[in-house]
Design a protein around this ligand. Structure first.
Ligand code: ADP
Ligand code: ZN
Ligand code: ZN
Length: 817
């Protein structure tokens, strides 16, 4: 009997690949285990077993696998089902999902580089011939590729030898030099067993009469062990007894103390006792009960709670309910909102049950969380993570919380799979028969619409905790201020007055400048007008190379204007201004004030955000200038003023979501003001104080904003009424992109008619030497999504079969945001 497996390879090809296995291997293998397989002429990949069967492939002869890499599955069946859903819905390949889901340490490939293990006492006589050959080669050349090893041994299947050498600690995988998966060991001390009885102890203390510091250490050790039964680490003992490491080492050398090691997981809670959760206030309680009741009949509930209403405390109660049942909880946050503020808060309640999964953590930390989740360990009962934690091997999910659900950064863009974490979370929860809670102070129009149409349940909290009033928002007309010469740089007199008053009261200030202020939009310096597309309700963007203003959705275009269309002024401006400029101006205007900046430039590295956040918390910084990063759920106690430098650049962004996003951003930054007792103040500087969105945001009228936006979306055929698929073509030659995208769009039009927009150059038409062109496909609700994607795939296949177009990259983004 012949046996075969279908495997997923971590590459963007759609198909599964079949390999042949022995009967014994067939008995042993299960879906979700990894195997090393040869691929192409000389490559070796780590593949994932999908199916074990007896059907030989028809068109090619199945190769044999090289090696089984796992003793048990590392991917669960439900997880695979979920991956399959992502693959199909987002038009990706299973291999792409596999690759982006597992920590890179799980993928050994032919590009993998091997180096010598730092180990001098190798007994060469113990090495088999093939092992010795590799060992010897590594004496001459410090790094070897798997391909080179294969040449040395003159055979293809080198994985077994490498595995033996890895096990014998003779070689290591090169990446592991930095990222070796080694559990972290922590050094502990205890009293040497010689001193186990009272009399010996007395003698010891007497003998240390003159070694004061050492005596102090021993006494401290006694008092800690009397209070708790837990092990005492060297670090803790040094801290508590105020002794240096040298003093402790001396005691160890004298054999008074004995050292030992305990393996510690890297990501670990090191605080003290956990706290009880807070008593919910009446509004929170009501929301909590609404959610609980809703979950009996609906899968998804949206919690719409104003900023500082205490949504986190409601999540905490729901998590407590689930933990009792032994199930797992996934708490999703946008990547940059995953700061230690929220981590610490959850750890205070749940201690070491909280595991963090996040791209800034190392490979081993991620491997640890993966394994803990797979085995449903208490240590990973609550996973707090960014987008990709959705792809972990959950075995028994009870609840998913998607906090800040309106954030568009939940959508993965590059590389594929281009999934939306919020939507994929809802699907995952369903597969586990679990519930999903979406939380936000400013829900996305889509989610709010789903709640209003009763697809989701809805719970609301309209008051801040402690009945603090929502901040008082004042719109400052900078057109007027310019005219009256009341501007200093980008600061109006009102904003400066408020800043000074706030600082005099010993309170802090946040100033917000949108990163997107750099978008090439024309804005009139006199009246703030920026030209709009008549068909799409978005601002036209300035295209330098043609000197045109264009709509990047429908191709409508006009020549670049010399005069403002609204007021005739010649002062048209294309450039925005950034956080750095604000910081500089502040240094000149208020030279004695400490100013900090939080944007992409200042927050690199694992602790980048943390440093800025804590120095602001510690009040070392008085004014914090930043981009949207500032909006992400941060809870600062002493901020009383928030200034928004220029609201217009957001409103004018060429995107059908510009208005929704502006409302959300302003509301969220404003929410950082006055979170404790005193009512906060928000100053919004704008050229258009009568803009509908600004009027609505100034009184916190989310309902009406939503109603207006929904009307526009209905009228202009945008989500939630239509679905969108964006197709991007990329090539280094301008003409090739033009011609090929015209071909693609025409084929789409033959099938979908006027629901195809473009092709159109995006505002930034060339990125890394590649020209881009976008085509937008709008899909009415009644049109079958599956059929639509089938047609798109068919068109893509014919497209790539045309030889001139084969080198054009086609990117398909379903539900583009
Ligand atoms: P949100 O996430 O809705 O913006 P938070 O959960 O951050 O609000 O709560 C705002 C602040 O109010 C936090 O400092 C939190 O500790 C406090 N808080 C919220 N609910 C309660 C409660 N029931 N009892 C005591 N403090 C609370
Ligand atoms: Zn004007
Ligand atoms: Zn248009």
């Amino acid at each position: 009997m012949a046996y075969f497996i279908d495997v997923i390879l971590p590459i963007p090809l759609q198909r599964l690949f079949t390999y042949s296995i022995s009967e014994a291997e067939a008995q042993f293998l299960q879906q979700g285990m990894r195997v090393a397989v040869p691929f192409g002429k000389s490559k070796v990949y780590t593949a994932l077993v999908h199916k074990i069967h007896q059907q030989a492939p028809e068109v090619y002869e199945a190769k044999e696998i090289q090696q089984i890499l796992d003793e048990e599955p590392i991917v669960t069946t439900t997880q695979l089902q979920h991956w399959e859903w992502i693959t199909e819905y987002y038009m990706a390949s299973l291999g792409e999902v596999f690759r982006s889901a597992v920590p890179s340490a799980f993928l050994l490939e032919s590009e993998t580089i091997i180096s010598k293990y730092d180990n001098s006492d190798v007994d060469e006589s113990q090495l088999k011939d093939d092992e010795f050959l590799i060992y010897e080669a590594l004496q001459h050349q410090s790094l070897l590729k798997i391909q080179e090893i294969s040449n040395i041994l003159q055979k293809k299947n080198v994985v077994p030898v490498l595995k033996r050498l890895l096990d014998k600690k003779i070689i290591q995988v090169y990446e592991e030099i930095y990222e070796q998966y080694k559990p972290k060991l922590v050094r502990y001390v205890k009293l040497h067993t010689k001193y186990s009885n009272e009399a010996q102890l007395h003698d010891l203390l007497d003998s240390l009469q003159r070694a004061k510091k050492q005596r102090e250490v021993i006494l401290t050790l006694f008092s800690i062990s009397a209070a708790t039964k837990r092990p005492i680490s060297v670090a803790e003992l040094a801290k508590q007894s105020n002794a240096s490491a040298a003093v402790i080492k001396a005691l160890i050398d004298k054999e008074i103390l004995e050292e030992y090691y305990i393996q510690k997981d890297r990501i670990e809670y090191d605080g003290d006792e956990t706290e009880d959760s807070k008593q919910l206030n009446p509004y929170q309680k009501e929301a909590y009960q609404t959610i609980q009741t809703a979950f009996q009949t609906k899968d998804v509930c949206l919690l719409h709670g104003v900023t500082s209403s205490g949504k986190t405390e409601v999540y905490v109660k729901l998590i407590e309910d689930i933990l009792g049942s032994g199930k797992q909880v996934l708490y999703l946050l946008p990547e940059i909102a995953l700061t230690t503020q929220i981590i610490t808060r959850l750890q205070q309640y749940f201690g070491e049950k909280v595991a963090i999964y996040h791209s800034k953590y190392s490979v081993h930390e991620r491997v640890e969380v993966w394994n803990n989740v797979l085995h449903n360990k208490p240590k990973a009962q609550i996973v707090l993570g960014a987008r990709s934690s959705l792809l972990l091997p959950f075995s028994n999910l009870g609840l998913i919380i998607v906090d800040e659900e309106h954030e568009t950064s939940f959508k993965q863009f590059d590389p594929a799979p281009r999934y939306h974490a919020r939507d994929a979370a809802i699907v995952l929860a369903k597969m586990h028969q679990a519930n999903t809670l979406l939380g936000s102070a400013t829900p996305s129009i889509e989610s709010y619409y789903n709640a209003k149409t009763e697809k989701y349940a809805l719970a609301t909290i309209t008051r801040r905790h402690g009945d603090v009033l929502m901040p008082d928002m004042e719109l400052v007309d900078i057109k007027e201020k310019h005219r009256k010469k009341r501007m200093k740089g980008h600061f109006s007199d009102r904003l400066l007055e408020e800043i000074k008053e706030t600082l005099e009261n010993g309170e802090q200030v946040i100033l917000f400048q949108n990163r997107r202020g750099y978008a090439p939009i024309i804005e009139c310096n006199t009246c703030g007008h920026s030209p709009q597309c008549p068909n799409c309700d978005v601002s036209l963007t300035y295209h330098h190379y043609k000197n045109q203003l264009r709509c990047h959705y429908c191709s409508h275009h006009i020549a670049m204007q010399q005069q403002c269309l609204a007021c005739g002024s010649h002062e048209l401006d294309t450039k925005g201004f950034g956080t750095q400029q604000i910081e500089q101006e502040l240094n000149e205007l208020l030279p004695d004030v400490k100013v900090g900046r939080m944007d992409l430039d200042t927050t690199r590295g694992k602790y980048g955000y943390q440093k800025i956040i804590s120095s602001f918390e510690q009040q070392e910084i008085q004014i914090l200038v930043g981009t949207q990063m500032l909006t992400k759920g941060l809870d600062f106690r002493n901020v009383n003023l928030v200034g928004i430098m220029n609201a217009d650049s957001m409103l004018n962004f060429p995107d059908f979501r510009a208005h929704e996003r502006s409302f959300q951003l302003i509301q969220q930054v404003a929410g950082r003001a006055g979170r404790t007792k005193k009512r906060g103040k928000v100053i919004v500087q704008t050229y258009n104080p009568y803009h509908q969105i600004l009027q609505q945001v100034s009184v916190g009228d989310y309902e009406n904003m939503c109603k207006d936006q929904l009307n526009e979306r209905r009228q202009f055929h945008y989500p939630p009424f239509y679905r969108l698929i964006k197709i991007t073509l990329k090539h280094k030659e301008y003409n090739r992109v033009n011609e090929s995208s015209a071909w693609f769009a025409k084929s789409l039009r033959n099938n979908f008619g006027e629901n195809v927009l473009g092709p159109e150059f995006p505002p930034i038409a060339r990125i890394r030497n590649l020209y881009l062109k976008n085509i937008l496909l709008k899909i009415p609700k009644q049109q079958s999504l599956a059929k639509t994607k089938e047609i798109v795939t068919r068109i893509k296949t014919s497209f790539l079969s045309i030889s001139e177009y084969r080198s054009v990259r086609v990117i398909i983004d379903v539900d583009t945001v």
